[in-house]
Ligand binder design. Sequence first.
Ligand SMILES: [Zn+2]
Length: 580
Amino acid sequence: MGAPPRDSGVDCPPCVFHDARVSYLVLARKYRPQKFEDLLGQEHVARTLTNAITMGRVHHAFLFTGARGIGKTSAARILAKALCCAQGPTATPCGTCAVCQSISNGQSVDVQEIDGASNTGVDDVRALREGVRYLPAEARKKVYIIDEVHMLSTSAFNALLKTLEEPPAHVVFISATTEVHKIPATIMSRCQRYDFKLLSSQVLVGHLTRILDNEGIAYDPDAIRLVAREAAGSVRDALSLLDQIVAYVGHEKITRDKVTEVLGIADRRLLYQLADQVLARDVAATLRTVADAVDRGVDLIQMSRAFLGFLHDIEIVAAVPDAGDLIDATPEEAGETAALAAKAGKALTLVLFDRWARAVEDAGRSQTPRLVLEMALVDLCQAEPLLPLGDLLERLEKLEGRLAAAGALPPRTPAPVPVPASPPRRPARQSAEGQAAPAVTSASPDSWPPDSDIAEVWRRVRESFGHRPVVAAALDHAEVVSWESGTVTLQFVQRFALDQTAKFKSEIERCLTKLTGTTTRVDLKMASSQGPALLRSEVGREADAAQIDQNQRETEARQHPMIRKAQELFGVSPKEIKIR
Ligand SMILES: [Zn+2]
C-alpha cells in the first residue's frame, strides 16, 4: 500500500489561468492552506492542535470528521508537517526544510496518504501494520493519513484496531471521514475527534474576493456571493466553481449574469420574480418564468430547490422581525424578502412552503419534473391562507371539558356521518362543474366524430405517440376545442406546449387521418378564454381529479362531529381544511 499520486506541482505560473486546460482545481491547489492559521473557518480545530503541539501533548490517533472540501486533508498534511518539520515539532512548520517540502510534494516516505475507498481490504491494513513496525526513514514520525476511513471493511477495521491499541511511539494516525456514523465505536474511542464545520457564506465570500484581488480579476461582489451560496459551505467546491467561471469569462469581469449562465443556476432575482408572480396569482406569468429559465439552461430541479429555500426565507422573515442575520441575503435582498413576506402574510407563507416542499419531492422522483413543478405553481397561485384550526380545536376541547364537568353534555360518541355526494367546491375549470370525471363535456350539434368517439380517437392519437415522450408530454397539454369538417382545433394554456406540438403537427395530422379515415387538419391556438372544451387536456384532467379528491376529503372533514360542534359553539366555519 503506497501513497496515491497527488498534485505534483507547487510552482504555479504567474497567472494560474495561463493555460485553460489546467484551470480545474488550480485555485484549490495554489491556495491550499500551509499553516494552521490558514485553515478557513476551522479556528477551533487549529487552536486545539496548536496548543497540543506547543505543550508536547500530541495524541497518536486523530479522527477528522465533516463534509467534503472543508479542509480535513489539508489539516492532516499541516499536522504531519508540524510533527515532522526539521525545526519542530512546531505549530508553525517552516515549509522550506527538506521534510516539509517532501510532504508538500506528496513524496515523503514517512508520511503516507491512504485512500480508504481503494484500500479497503484486510490485506491492505495488514501491510500497513507491517510498515508501522519500522522507524521513520528521515522524519521524526511516521504519519498515516487515511482518507475516507469509513470505507474500510470490518476486518480491515479490526486489523487497524490492533495497531491503534498498541501504537509504536513513532507513529501517528490521522483518519478523515465524511460519514462519521459508519466508524466503529471501538475505533472512535481510540481517536481524538475533531469536527470540521461547513464554512459560512461570509467566510467563503471573503476568501474568494481575496483570491480574485490577488489574481487581479475583476468581479461584482453580488456575483461572488452567488458562487459562495452555490458552494454550500465547501471551500473546495467554491474554488472549483470559481475556476469554471474564470475559464468561462476569460479576461472579462465576473458578473452575476455570467455566474448564473455558466453554473446554470437560478439567481435570487428569478426566485423573487417567481414569488411575486405567485402572490399576484398570475399563473401565466409563473409558467412563462419557468419556460424562460429552461430556455436559458437553468436546471429545473436546482431551481425548484432554490425556490423552496427562498420560500423558507420568506417564512422566516414573516415569523421573525429583523431576521436579516437568519437568512443568507444582503441587506437589500433581505428588504425585498421582507416586502414579499408582508404581502403574503404569515399564514399564507406556511401554505406555500408546505405545498412547494411536496412538489420538489415529487419532481425529484418524476420522469417529467417540469410538468409536476408547473402544476404545483398553478396550485400555489390558488393557495389560501390557513385558519389556525389547531387553536380552534384546542379551545373546543377545553370548553367541552368544562361543560362535561358541569354535567351539561353527554359523553361524546363520534359516529361516522354519511357523506353526501357533492359537487366540487371549487372546480379548476367551469367545464368540470357538476361532473365527477369530466372527460367529454359539451357537444356542438354538427361536431364529428360523436363526442364519445372524440375521447377514444384522441386517446389513440396520444397512445400512438407513447414511445416518444416529448410529443406525448406536449399532447398532454392539449385541449380539443372543436372537431368539425376535417379540422381539429387544439388549444393550449402554455406556449411551450403549443410550440412543441407545432413541430409534430404534420405527423399528428397523418395519424388522425389514418384513425378517422378522413383527411384531417390540425389547428393550434393559445387558450384565449376559459370557455368549455370538447375534451380537457390530460394535464387539466389530472388537476381536476386532484381537486375533486381534495374536495371530497374536505367535505368529509367538514362533516366530522368535532368540527360540526366547533361550528355550533363558535358560529364560525373553517375557511380551509388542510389534509395531510
Ligand atoms: Zn520544515
